[in-house]
Design a protein around this ligand. Structure first.
Ligand SMILES: N[C@@H](CCC(=O)N[C@@H](CS)C(=O)NCC(=O)O)C(=O)O
Length: 224
C-alpha cells in the first residue's frame, strides 16, 4: 500500500490512507506500506491516477479508499466491514459526509501545520495547490482557529448523537463507518498538535476506543 508520509517517513497522516489501514486491520490482513510523498508522481503512475491510498494485491491495483473498502469486503467477506448491502449504502453516506463536511472542516484548522510535517520537496507544491484551492494563504486559512472550534464541534453532533446510544457507529461492533470517521481524525492527530475535540465529548471517548483497536494501531501512530 502506498501511504502518504511526512518528512519523517514514519509519520503517516492521510485521512484516506488511515481508513484503508483500519479496514485492512479489521480484516486481519497484513500490509506492507510504502511511504509516498505528494511529488512522487512516478511511484504510483502504474495506478493511472495521482492519489493515495493505492493498494496492490495479488497482481491487482486498487485506488480510492472507498473502492478499496468495497474490494476488501468482496474479497474477504468476514469479519464484515459493512454488514450487508444496506450497511454498505449507509457507509457510503458516512464517507460522503466525512469527505465534504469533516475533511473540509478540519483542513481549516491544520493546513498550515501540515506544511511543517510534509517533506521539504513537497512544500512548494502543497502551498501553491492548497492556496489556489482556498484563495488565501495557508496562514490566513488557519488564523483564528481557536475561535472557530465551537462551530466545528457542533458539526459533529450527528456522530455524537449516535455514540450516546451505542458504542460504535457500526452498532455493537466497529464497522467501516467507524474507520471512515476515525481515519479522518487521524489526520489532525498525526499532522498537528492542535486539539480539535473536547476530551469529555462522547466523540473523543469513542476515538480513544478506536485508537486502541487492532493492537493499538492508531494509538501507536507517530505524531509530530
Ligand atoms: N477519494 C480519494 C481521495 C484520496 C486523496 O485525496 N489522497 C490525497 C492524500 S490525503 C492525495 O493523494 N493527494 C495528492 C495530491 O494532492 O496531489 C480516496 O478516498 O482515497
Amino acid at each position: 500500500m502506498h501511504d502518504l508520509a511526512g518528512e519523517d517517513p514514519d509519520v503517516r497522516f492521510s485521512p484516506y490512507c488511515w481508513r484503508t489501514r483500519f479496514a485492512l486491520a479489521h480484516k486481519g490482513l497484513p500490509v506492507e506500506t510504502v511511504p509516498w510523498r505528494f511529488t512522487d508522481h512516478d511511484a504510483i503512475a502504474f495506478s493511472g491516477q495521482g492519489k493515495v491510498p493505492v493498494i496492490q494485491d495479488d497482481g491487482k491495483t486498487v485506488f480510492d479508499s472507498w473502492t478499496i473498502a468495497t474490494y476488501l469486503e468482496d474479497q474477504v467477506p468476514a469479519p464484515t466491514l459493512f454488514g450487508g448491502t444496506t450497511g454498505r449504502a449507509h457507509a457510503l453516506f458516512v464517507n460522503a459526509w466525512a469527505d465534504s463536511v469533516l475533511v473540509g472542516g478540519i483542513a481549516r484548522f491544520i493546513v498550515r501545520d501540515l506544511l511543517d510535517v510534509i517533506a521539504p520537496k513537497d512544500r512548494d507544491y502543497f502551498r501553491s495547490s492548497r492556496e489556489a484551492r482556498f484563495g488565501r494563504s495557508l496562514e490566513e486559512v488557519q488564523a483564528g482557529r481557536e475561535d472557530r472550534l465551537t462551530v466545528f464541534r457542533d458539526a459533529l453532533l450527528p456522530v455524537r448523537l449516535v455514540l450516546r446510544r451505542q458504542q460504535w457507529l457500526g452498532g455493537a461492533a466497529p464497522s467501516y463507518a467507524d474507520h471512515i470517521i476515525a481515519g479522518t481524525l487521524m489526520w489532525p492527530r498525526c499532522a498537528s498538535r492542535f486539539e480539535l475535540l473536547d476530551r469529555n465529548d462522547p466523540v473523543a471517548e469513542w476515538q480513544d476506543r478506536m485508537l486502541d483497536l487492532y493492537g493499538g494501531l492508531g494509538r501507536s501512530a507517530k505524531r509530530p
